[in-house]
Design a protein around this ligand. Structure first.
Ligand SMILES: Nc1ncnc2c1ncn2[C@@H]1O[C@H](COP(=O)(O)OP(=O)(O)OP(=O)(O)O)[C@@H](O)[C@H]1O
Length: 196
């Protein structure tokens, strides 16, 4: 049984509640962010935590595949972070926002694009208020961004699959099903049950 999540939803679906075979063959690429770590978040695991000045300098040096500003904080995926995953022979998983998706589509990475969508803006607001990590202003900005992202996510051609995250167990199963169909060599292995 998957409980509702404390840390980032997508990495948690992929890591904490997945089967051993899945952990073995896939990896989440660690993003950079200028936002402050939340309680329990570790540098280099949940994010590479950095500051605006250093991040801007690295972007200017061409070290990032994609960057986005989200709720006043910068986020980005460095080429190094993707290469680190690829070097291990694993499939690299990027957890990125709308602007990042647009940018990554312009690279030659040929990604499989998955949109994990909240059931509604109202439900997303309830979830975020329950988590209680954003100030009111940041929460409002985030919901505005989410509205735009949901619109973008639903436009045909922007993603390969839309996963409705009304229930985390169901969202997880749909993600496994998508992987089974689209990632070579994963068809049989995804037939096992998630026992967490
Ligand atoms: N199926 C679900 N049921 C209940 N709560 C959920 C579910 N999926 C996600 N949440 C909660 O909703 C909140 C927002 O999730 P969302 O995926 O938008 O952000 P996140 O990736 O977890 O974090 P970040 O703020 O770093 O982007 C989180 O607190 C998460 O724990």
């Amino acid at each position: 049984m998957i409980k509702w999540v404390k840390y980032k939803t997508v990495p948690r679906i992929l890591y904490d509640f997945s089967q051993e075979w899945y952990k073995k063959d896939h990896d989440h690429c660690v993003s950079h962010t200028t936002r402050a770590p939340r309680s329990g978040e570790k540098d280099g695991i949940h994010y590479h935590f950095t500051n605006k000045e250093d991040m801007i300098a690295a972007i200017e040096k061409g070290e990032f595949i994609e960057t986005a500003t989200f709720s006043g904080n910068m986020y980005g995926t460095s080429i190094n972070a993707v290469e680190e995953v690829r070097r291990t022979g694993k499939i690299c998983v990027l957890d990125i926002e709308m602007e990042g998706v647009k940018q990554v589509k312009c690279t030659d990475l040929d990604p499989l694009l998955v949109f994990v969508m909240p059931p509604s803006i109202e439900e997303l607001e309830r979830r975020l208020r329950r988590r209680n990590t954003e100030q009111e202003e940041a929460l409002k900005k985030r919901l505005e961004t989410a509205r735009r992202e949901i619109e973008f996510g639903q436009q045909p051609g922007n993603f390969h699959v839309i996963i409705l995250n009304d229930n985390l167990d169901k969202a997880y199963s749909e993600l496994c099903e998508f992987i089974a169909k689209n990632v070579p060599g994963k068809g049989e292995e995804t037939n096992g049950t998630n026992e967490n």
